[in-house]
Design a protein around this ligand. Structure first.
Ligand SMILES: [Fe+2]
Ligand SMILES: [Fe+2]
Length: 158
């Protein structure tokens, strides 16, 4: 897949900066997602890859909503590996709801943005995405998670 076009790359980072300034998402730098990847880095990867998928396949999407929904899809703000933490379990099933709740406290989210966050764990959660943007993030999340997990295994072996 090709890199993002210069114009879209610029738009991407502008939106990421705005979300950082208006939310607590930078707190997710302290929480580990997969291996050595923080939740923050994972969320950034997923947002970037979602844009790359949309652009490379010439998909008609709302890039603004795609970036916001993707970057906030794991905005649950706790260490899900911490057995002492009182989050709802299993994490895989409940964290989209926690992420949506936090995101709604900081932003007014569109239907597309809400759908992205709520449905990104499909098919673990039963209801499939209702819009193209949410399908893209659902795929990008699995792709990035697999890549981050393989990276960890490689580092453990080498
Ligand atoms: Fe997630
Ligand atoms: Fe994720």
């Amino acid at each position: 897949m090709k890199q993002l076009s210069v114009k879209r790359e610029h738009f991407f980072w502008k939106e990421i900066k705005e979300i950082c300034a208006a939310s607590r998402i930078e707190e997710s730098r302290q929480f580990c997602q997969h291996g050595i990847t923080s939740v923050y880095s994972h969320s950034l990867h997923v947002a970037y890859e979602s844009c790359r998928i949309a652009e490379n396949f010439h998909l008609q999407v709302d890039y603004y909503a795609l970036i916001r929904g993707a970057f906030l899809h794991d905005y649950f703000l706790y260490d899900w590996h911490d057995r002492g933490h009182k989050h709802k379990r299993p994490h895989g099933f409940y964290h989209p709801g926690a992420a949506l709740k936090n995101a709604m406290q900081d932003f007014t989210l569109s239907e597309i943005e809400q759908d992205i966050i709520k449905k990104h764990m499909f098919p673990l959660t039963a209801v499939p995405p209702a819009c193209l943007e949410a399908w893209i993030v659902c795929v990008a999340d699995k792709f990035c998670s697999a890549k981050e997990t393989v990276q960890r295994r490689k580092e453990a072996v080498l």
